[in-house]
Design a protein around this ligand. Sequence first.
Ligand SMILES: [Zn+2]
Length: 213
Amino acid sequence: MAAIIDIHTHLLPIDPLKAIWNCTLNQLSTLSEVSYASIGLHPWHLSSHSLPEQKEHLAAAALLPQIFAIGEAGIDKVCSTPISLQMDAFLFQIKLAERLGLPLILHVVKAHNEVMELKHSLSPSNDWIIHGFRGKPELAKQYLDLGFYLSYGALYNSASLLFTPINRLFFETDESPISIFQIYDDAARLLSVSSSDLIAKVSQNADKVFFNH
Ligand SMILES: [Zn+2]
């Protein structure tokens, strides 16, 4: 059993056994320093001329032993990358993740309906996780009803966290220098549970989703 408690960090984890490091194709040389990582094509960093090559590199990198998830991948309607290009990269990663049986870590900005429709119509067998979820409880409900997991970082809507069942919950530091333990302490207070209980339950979710335990 692993003991993952931070499912998405861009900073190299202090304890590599407790976190999933978000790796990009440019950072593959650092992969040997971590135990667990995700790899994906972020919608911010796509270009139409390099996408075919990036897909090829991603498909190869996804087979490396440290890779336990595909992502972050998704749709961001606020960035300047054309939506058609984002959708091309996203659909490729959806298929790759499902083919390899890896969970998908999602970056979604103002594209919730599109992502929900895709999950509904494709009904993938792997798990999809919305990272950095900051939406309201109504949106949380829509995602949860479709089987998504929600991952909460340093900032979130408290009512949404209270609404999310503990077995569909993750936490993450993302790009924040804040400690993951601080995030658990704050969330545990809100949920009226002990930090250690919350950590134990969420790491069980991680065992199930990332390690098929
Ligand atoms: Zn991120």
